[in-house]
Write a protein that binds this ligand. Structure first.
Ligand code: DOR
Ligand code: ZN
Length: 357
């Protein structure tokens, strides 16, 4: 008989965008409902460039979740620092000492949403990377070049070649998370690297190809960065995710934008998937015949790479013939935000309350 219930350690999300203010209040509870911890990206306005800004942002996140889920203090946001060419070694020392900052995020300037304050010249941030090694903070990387000359479908591969590989050769001790890998090239690169390199994988890159976004009409709600690629790439990403290989783990890259920022002449990249992420992942692992590896992907590999304990509480997923009905958009003060629809029926859903150990 096929599996219909699956109890696993409570998953964490190792890459999420919560935004701020009203949007934060609308989206953060969707993550906190299912996940134990989440690495929160710092590309808000203004960006989270200091430990003090991260502390204040963390408090706003906790307040937003507390407001939506009073009496539930289980969720823990892990913060990140936005790397600029002016970040100092002292700031890294402070960030590491804070205990709540778990990574520093590298956005190549111009590569994605609110990345203008990111890095143009890697030489300028080498001293900061050296301090991160000394302080034990890993580097979380948006792995795309922002070079206008480089085709958007090649930007991940070119980043690995021009930026990531040279950096790893210069500073092999630096622990790096290559975020949201989308290509066979990236998967191969991570698999062939030794220790100190891991990668996150999103639900949408397990499901979409560029055809889903572009063929037969442009679907802006499937537009994200890095953009989804060919079927061969998706297949490589899927294989890595379900393989049980400890270097690959879940990061949703859930990135809400209100409708007017998606359905317009110059739409923003980002897919809001927090409400459907776990159902979608369970569906993909089931399709691949690898449900037994879901727990390592969502709950064990991430904490191991980040040197954090695995969760001690558990959640149960159950399978129903009748697919999950989910809201296709959520209302926010800035306008409706579309929820990621993977395009196949979501038979798996999360039981409302985790079971005690
Ligand atoms: O699709 C994306 N959206 N990719 C990113 O790298 C950033 C994110 C956002 O912040 O909207
Ligand atoms: Zn992201």
């Amino acid at each position: 008989m096929s599996t219909t219930r699956l109890t696993i350690r409570r998953p964490d999300d190792w890459h999420v965008h919560f935004r701020d203010n009203d949007m934060l209040r609308a989206v953060a509870p969707c993550t906190a409902r299912h996940f134990g911890r989440a690495i929160v990206m710092p590309n808000i306005v203004p960006p989270v460039t200091t430990t003090a800004l991260a502390a204040a942002y963390r408090q706003r996140i906790l307040d937003a979740i507390h407001e939506a889920m009073p009496g539930d203090s289980r969720f823990e946001p892990y913060m990140t620092l936005y790397l600029t060419e002016s970040t100092t070694r002292e700031e890294i020392v402070r960030a590491a000492a804070s205990g709540f900052i778990k990574a520093v995020k590298l956005f190549p300037a111009g590569a994605t949403t609110n990345s203008e304050n990111g890095v143009r010249d890697m030489d300028k941030v080498m001293p900061v990377f050296e301090q991160m090694v000394a302080s034990g903070l890993p580097l979380s990387v948006h792995g795309e070049v922002a070079d206008a000359e480089v085709d958007i479908f090649d930007r991940e591969a070119v980043f690995i070649d021009r930026v990531l590989d040279p950096l790893r050769k210069r500073l092999p001790e630096l622990r790096i998370i290559l975020e949201h890998v989308t290509s066979a090239v990236a998967v191969d690169y991570v698999q062939s690297a030794g220790h100190n390199l891991a990668a996150t994988i999103t639900p949408h890159h397990l499901v979409l190809t560029r055809n889903a976004m572009l063929a037969g009409g442009f679907r802006p709600h499937y537009y994200c960065l890095p953009v989804a690629k060919r079927a061969e790439d998706r297949s490589a990403v899927r294989k890595a995710a379900v393989s049980g290989d400890a270097r690959f783990f879940f990061g949703s890259d859930s990135a809400p934008h209100p409708r007017q920022a998606k359905e317009c002449a110059k739409g923003s990249g980002g897919i809001f998937n927090a409400p459907t992420a776990l159902s979608c992942l369970a569906g993909v692992f089931e399709q691949e015949g690898k449900l037994e590896h879901l727990e390592s992907f969502v709950a064990l590999n991430g904490p191991a790479f980040y040197n954090q304990p695995a969760a001690t509480d558990r959640i149960t997923l159950f399978r129903q013939e009748q697919p999950l009905e989910f809201p296709h958009r959520i209302p926010t003060a800035d306008g409706p935000v579309t929820v990621f629809d993977p395009g196949f029926p979501l038979h798996w859903q999360v039981e409302d309350h985790g079971e005690p150990e």
